[in-house]
Unconditional design. Structure first.
Length: 333
């Protein structure tokens, strides 16, 4: 297969390396608005380079991977689908709900061949939690606790265009909760605070948030995100049931030490960032996409899935502004 990759920033360069090592992939063609960066990545990994993301689609591709900046996602998804190509796109589909809906409308029936990059769906721990929750092994699920805690904030320039903590960071937890439980979120109540850099407040964002979600079966989920977890990158999901409970991310690289005497756990070094924590999951999701492109079938993470997670984030933004619970149905378009 011949795969085109649009955007070779940090995650794009990582994906390019993964794709180049997959047995089913014969060649990878990369493009970036920064031509010098595209040439450097192509030379380092032994890939081909296209003149620009716009000309990439004329390179005789079998599938398209989009890791370009968010604002370019909508047009690249549409153009790839219109060219008859299976498309993988890092989240989000588009910067906001309205433009996400427009992309879904424009792509139409071709959307079954569009996969959105929510890599936690391909992480072994999250997969085990999903199996436990849906098999009945846990009994009925009453509580979920999800965390995404970054060790340090990204640059101010990133925050200004990120869409905010709920859409940029919390959306991964929202999607994971929906996927693990196969339930929709009915209501949210969200709070946020700023005790770090001034650029969060200047961008209308928060650097720390907590959200209480009520699912449509009346189970409860608590989501916690921050840009300032100095102990290390901490991503976990706990699923608590009437019969048993299970936790994702409880290993020796957990950046949380016990206050109890004589407890050595965890003994390892914390993950420094999301790319190291989810390296295997990223590889698995790209393998799934290449298989989708080669063999057909249904996308394991659709644009509609991404939209549902975005609706939850949108409801959290409204809740934060109003200081009151918000029904997710209120923000649906």
């Amino acid at each position: 297969m011949r795969i085109g990759l649009a955007g070779v920033g940090r995650i794009g360069a990582f994906h390019a390396g993964v794709l180049s090592r997959l047995p089913a992939v014969d060649s990878v063609v990369v493009a970036d608005a920064d031509g010098a960066r595209a040439r450097e990545i192509a030379e380092r990994l032994g890939l081909e380079v296209a003149g620009s993301p716009e000309t990439l689609l004329t390179s005789g591709l079998d599938a398209l991977v989009i890791t370009a900046p968010t604002q370019s996602h909508p047009e690249l998804i549409v153009r790839g689908a219109e060219a008859g190509l299976p498309v993988f796109c890092e989240k989000p589909v588009a910067p906001d709900v309205e433009s996400t809906l427009e992309v879904i409308k424009r792509v139409g029936d071709a959307a079954t061949a569009v996969q959105i990059g929510f890599q936690r769906r391909f992480d072994a721990g999250y997969g085990a939690a999903r199996e436990a929750a849906q098999s009945g092994a846990l009994g009925w699920v009453h509580t979920l606790r999800a965390t995404t805690l970054d060790p340090s904030p990204p640059a101010a320039s990133y925050i200004a265009t990120s869409g905010g903590l709920f859409r940029d960071c919390g959306v991964h937890d929202f999607d994971a909760i929906r996927w693990v439980t196969s339930r929709d979120v009915a209501e949210v109540y969200a709070v946020g605070s700023n005790r770090g850099a001034d650029f969060f407040r200047a961008a209308g964002d928060v650097d720390t948030m907590a959200a209480m979600l009520t699912l449509d079966d009346h189970s409860l989920a608590v989501v916690s995100n921050t840009r300032y977890n100095g102990a290390g990158y901490d991503v976990r999901l706990e699923v608590l049931g009437s019969r048993d409970s299970i936790g994702v991310g409880l290993d020796d690289r957990l950046p949380l030490r016990s206050a109890e005497a004589g407890i050595a756990f965890p003994a390892g070094s914390p993950y420094p960032n999301f790319m190291e924590r989810f390296a295997d999951a990223y590889r698995c999701e790209l393998e799934a996409f290449v298989d989708l492109a080669a063999s057909g079938g249904e996308s394991p993470c659709t644009m509609q899935d991404a939209l549902e997670a975005f609706y939850i984030a949108e409801a959290c933004e409204v809740s934060l502004a109003r200081h009151e619970p918000v029904q997710v149905g209120e923000v649906r378009r």
